[in-house]
Design a protein around this ligand. Structure first.
Ligand SMILES: CC(C)(COP(=O)(O)OP(=O)(O)OC[C@H]1O[C@@H](n2cnc3c(N)ncnc32)[C@H](O)[C@@H]1OP(=O)(O)O)[C@@H](O)C(=O)NCCC(=O)NCCS
Length: 377
């Protein structure tokens, strides 16, 4: 056997060839299908970005109309999924609803076993359309609130926000939310995307890849950092309390959620820049500037003390809070946005596949002899 070096956490290991996205740390940019995500996130609709990921190009007017129509037509769930949502305890968490309900959606998809490129695109479109319904309705059912039906006049992101909050956002708030979804849509081989590709590499269907990805995203080191960052800010409570709170937390060797990143390491995540600007603007518009002041103060402290920079989740947490999104939905919203990226990767994996099957460096014992049960102490 050829020996290869063991790299914990596969840091800097190239594990796949991909035409979907690249992180260019030096240029401070994320390239998605050839475009700079920072620019596209601000200028394009979520539908355009999702189309770019699934079809490899930005849609023309007709393509966009058709794609948007398909998303609208799929804004529904099977009755059995609603029945199941109602049977679950009210304490169920949105990410647990998602990781159970995605395989349920597979059961009701007649194309589940068809892994052809065309069927994969259709299934991906259905998943992108249905995840927001699942999240918004699942949350409202669990918390005993009335369901908000999708509004066909609203675009994908704005409708999602409306179904969560029950209120029509103004244009600026809608734009902020849509941009956040665009920024979340794709980020190379993050743990969840890698999980999706590993599952797809067995030729399991796209629903299986999405369920694996959702489970990976649930962890606080990955997607749940947005919820954790906002919970931290609420605990700190006041701007003047920030320094004392963070120092005490660092002294206890705790991680400050929303800081650090495997790829950016010692530099700012370009997505965080954009969300930071929105936090400032949104706070000023609604007269709640303390979250921005607090985040900036902590950012400075973390840079000076630990040379650590915020990632996108650090600023998304308070932005979603100001938009009226319940904190416990933050990671699920991230999942709904990333669905297009996961799908693009699963489809790419199916199109040029070799099963993932790495090796482990065995550090256990050898040569032990079996002892019968009655002789064991
Ligand atoms: C993102 C993350 C998982 C990357 O992990 P990683 O690449 O394995 O980095 P490491 O865990 O090796 O961290 C390197 C060093 O920075 C420190 N560090 C990293 N993130 C930190 C954080 N958020 N708070 C405090 N210290 C942190 C580690 O303790 C470690 O210090 P050491 O070398 O003295 O032991 C990590 O930075 C983290 O846990 N961040 C908080 C969760 C988060 O925001 N996740 C969202 C990512 S988009």
């Amino acid at each position: 056997m050829t020996t290869v070096q063991y790299v914990p956490g596969l840091e800097n290991v190239i594990a796949a060839e991909s035409r979907i996205s690249a992180i260019d740390v030096e240029a401070h940019s994320i390239v998605v299908m050839g475009y700079d995500l920072s620019e596209v996130s601000l200028k394009a609709s979520y539908e355009e970005v999702a189309h770019l990921l699934l079809f490899g190009h930005l849609p023309n007017e007709l393509e966009l109309r058709n794609f948007s129509r398909q998303l609208e037509d799929n804004r529904s769930l099977p009755r059995e999924v609603y029945d199941w949502l109602r049977l679950m305890p009210s304490s169920i968490k949105p990410m647990d609803q998602l990781r159970i309900a995605i395989p349920m959606l597979a059961v009701f998809d007649p194309e589940v076993e068809d892994n052809s490129h065309e069927a994969n695109i259709r299934k991906a479109t259905r998943l992108i359309a249905k995840l927001p319904i699942l999240i918004a309705h699942g949350y409202r059912i669990a918390r005993g609130r009335e369901l908000v039906s999708p509004d066909p006049s609203l675009p994908h992101a704005q409708n999602f926000l409306y179904m969560i909050t029950g209120k029509k956002a103004n244009d600026f708030e809608g734009k902020v939310f849509e941009t956040s979804m665009n920024l979340y849509v794709e980020h190379e081989l993050a743990a969840s995307t890698f999980a999706a590709r590993v599952v797809a590499s067995t030729f399991c269907d796209i629903y299986g890849a999405a369920a694996a990805a959702v489970s990976a995203l649930k962890g606080p080191l990955h997607g749940r950092a947005n919820e954790k960052a906002m919970e931290m800010l609420l605990q700190i409570g006041q701007v003047d309390n920030s320094e004392r709170w963070i120092r005490a937390s660092l002294e206890r060797s705790e991680r400050i959620m929303g800081f650090g990143h495997r790829v950016y390491r010692r530099g700012l995540d370009p997505r965080a820049d954009i969300m930071k600007g929105f936090l400032k603007d949104l706070g000023e518009r609604i007269g709640q500037t303390k979250w921005y002041e607090m985040t900036v103060r902590i950012e400075e402290l973390m840079r000076n003390e630990r040379n650590l920079y915020p990632n996108v989740d650090y600023y998304v947490g308070p932005v979603y809070y100001l938009l009226g999104i319940p904190i416990e939905l933050d990671t699920a919203v991230f999942a709904a946005a990333r669905m297009a990226g996961w799908a693009a990767h699963a489809i790419e994996q199916h199109g040029n596949n070799r099963i993932f099957r790495p090796r482990a460096l065995y550090t256990g014992l050898r040569g032990l002899r079996y002892t019968p049960l009655e002789q064991r102490s």
